[in-house]
Design a protein around this ligand. Structure first.
Ligand SMILES: Cc1cc2nc3c(=O)[nH]c(=O)nc-3n(C[C@H](O)[C@H](O)[C@H](O)COP(=O)(O)OP(=O)(O)OC[C@H]3O[C@@H](n4cnc5c(N)ncnc54)[C@H](O)[C@@H]3O)c2cc1C
Length: 321
């Protein structure tokens, strides 16, 4: 089976979910994996870490106009490389960009596509993908019947591949783009410089309407900084304008799968659970013992957040030091 993994570049580096996608490919027994990088500057992105990431070949499509992402052009480039590499399977991390790119690649390859895959496995010689449905309440196992298959893999569920001794072969491929391909380009605005992105964080402290108002987020920031965590938010607080949408976790926000998810003053509505129920350990703090969040958490504290957070922050600091 030939597997092609999309390496997503942001500001000159390859994002962690790309390295996780390599592990997803390995989990189905792939021995030789090719990566594709679509970039404006190959020299700045092809670091030693990238070359030693465990793929045997890296195919680079370099084009100055990729200084800003273009969905149509990137879709064309990845599909072109997939054809040239004779890839049976294309794995694209289900980041915001990956979710935009993967269906375009699938259409160009006439491939079946499974989005937001949480597990890949070989079963009786067939490749099966697990995909959560009904806002995470159930999982379906999908057997794609087309010869070519495209999957987008949920970040944080596979361990990122470790740096290998062997360096990948690098090959440049030229794709014939036309003006239309770059008619639409996306400029990324970095609003939270220096802050951890909730979609990639290993620990997340999320707060909801139980925090009463934006003036109380100092408590959340204190706990998050003690943990070294990213800050998440429920939709209720985003809609109220207390927090930016970039922090929203859930069905209409980001899907996260951190090692530790701490939900404070969050009721645990189904649309919130859809975005975080695959977290490895969930801790809930809520003053209502009947809040639905207690139905999914591993550890629950029934109590007033304003009393619990300072104590918890102190304990975390003690353990960390
Ligand atoms: C189509 C659609 C999409 C949606 N998408 C999302 C989404 O992506 N993400 C999302 O989060 N929601 C989403 N929602 C909204 C969702 O249904 C809930 O309304 C929302 O998650 C509630 O946010 P909350 O838990 O912060 O607020 P609430 O439901 O108001 O819960 C606040 C909680 O805080 C607790 N509390 C109050 N005071 C304290 C205190 N002092 N100490 C401790 N606990 C306290 C309360 O007991 C309560 O459980 C969506 C809804 C729809 C219809």
């Amino acid at each position: 089976m030939n597997i092609l993994v999309y390496f997503e570049e942001r500001a000159g580096s390859i994002r962690k979910p790309s390295y996780e996608a390599i592990e997803a490919a390995r989990s189905i027994g792939a021995t030789s994996i090719t990566a594709v990088i679509v970039t404006a500057s190959a020299a700045s992105v092809l670091s030693d870490t990238v070359k030693r990431s465990g793929v045997s070949k890296i195919i680079v499509v370099e084009e100055a106009r990729f200084a800003h992402y273009s969905s149509r052009a990137a879709g064309k480039a990845v599909a072109e490389v997939a054809k040239q590499a004779n890839a049976d399977v294309v794995i694209i991390p289900a980041t915001a960009r990956g979710k935009d790119l993967a269906p375009r690649v699938a259409v160009r390859l006439h491939a079946g596509y499974v989005p937001d895959v949480t597990a890949l496995a070989m079963h009786e010689g067939r490749l099966q993908a697990t995909h959560p449905v009904y806002a995470g309440k159930a999982n379906v196992t999908i057997d794609v019947l087309t010869p070519k298959k495209v999957y987008s893999t949920r970040p944080n569920l596979w361990k990122a591949s470790k740096e290998q001794a062997e360096s990948a072969i690098v090959e440049n491929v030229t794709v014939a783009f036309d003006e239309k391909d770059f008619a639409e380009q996306t400029k990324e605005l970095v609003l939270s410089q220096g802050k951890l992105d909730v979609a990639e964080a290993d620990i997340i402290v999320t707060a909801g309407r139980g925090m009463k108002g934006p003036e109380n987020w100092g408590l959340i920031e204190g706990l998050a900084s003690a943990f070294g965590a990213a800050i998440g938010a429920s939709r209720a607080v985003v809609d109220a304008g207390w927090r930016p949408h970039s922090e929203q976790v859930g069905q209409t926000g980001k899907t996260v799968s951190p090692t530790l998810y701490v939900a404070i003053g969050v009721s645990g509505a189904i649309q919130h659970l859809a975005g975080m129920s695959s977290s490895k350990t969930i801790v809930a703090i809520n003053k209502d013992a009947n809040a639905p969040i207690f139905g999914v958490c591993d550890y629950g504290i029934v109590g007033d957040a304003f009393e619990v957070i300072p104590q918890l922050t102190e304990e975390v600091k003690k353990i960390k030091h």
